[in-house]
Write a protein that binds this ligand. Sequence first.
Ligand code: UT7
Length: 328
Amino acid sequence: MPHSSKLRSVVRGVGAYLPEKILTNKELAELVNTSDEWIVQRTGIQERHIAAKDETTSMLGAHAARAALAEAELKAEDIDLIILATSTPDWTFPSTATQIQAELGVHQGVAFDLQAVCSGFVFALATADKFLRSGSHKRALVIGAETFSRIIDWTDRTTCVLFGDGAGAVVVEASDSTGDRHERGILTTHLRSDGRHRSKLHVDGGPSATQTVGHLRMEGKEVFRFAVGQVTDVVKDAFAATGLTADDLNWFVPHQANQRIIDMSAHKLGIAPEKVIATVHLHGNTSAASVPLALSVARQDGRIKNGDLVMLEAVGGGFTWGSALVRW
Ligand code: UT7
């Protein structure tokens, strides 16, 4: 449903953090039987960042959150809601969001983790939007942070070339609105999941099932087919709910898993190639961090301006998938 309440969630700042170490395709070709040519042709990925041994998801997330707060010109004490999307928490518990809360010096409000794998950021943004529009909370930090390098099987060439580590964050604030779709803020969000697809993209370990952390396993072709075939539905839902079209968009910021998926999805939706934000070549697939990382790059380089209409879209394990249409 399009949002009609008197409150709207307006994005005030975006920030990102990438670990220092860069792992190139050429370096990967020394670890497994692969090549720069294969990885670039099939995925568009050229390099990815890898967290240092002592660098955890909460540290990456806290860096990104500080950067988002700086752009918003806000302080820790202004935040009363922190939602962290991650599938690579520091510990089984407590939540990584509470670790970030402590690290930032936020002592009020509530912080919790949200698990929707690569769709996590869009799910977290939609959740924060519902909190803010209800009037229960005023300013949220929505963070996607991941250290997928810790759950990768580094001997499996079909997955280890695809993923990277990183974090991105936005500050979202409840603001008065007349409900006009030209005013700033999140206009509509659409989330979906279908648990029948677990085996196609999963981690083969967990505290309850195996008492281990496990490794990522993926049937790449099946995920590819689903991502291109099904996921465009939630984008169409966002257009239908608002009466806006692909032509009205300034930017399309999809989950960054594979350049071919990004291109095919945009084509299917009738979104012009020059409106597509792609950072997969530099970051690889950073799961829940991928959309806010791409947002941060496009905000920093001046592409996304206040007032622009931005469509966010993501798909991940479960399967989960979702969209958020934002007037920046
Ligand atoms: O965040 C959401 C999660 N993930 C995704 O969205 C990923 C979705 N899937 C994909 O992006 C693609 O399916 C992949 C990039 C994973 C694979 O691309 P593909 O075009 O579907 O390749 P394929 O799996 O059909 O493999 C083609 C060939 C195979 O060899 P044979 O059987 O043709 O001899 C693979 O064994 O490429 C081989 N291969 C590789 N060769 C070199 C698989 N991985 C590699 C590799 N280097 N890293």
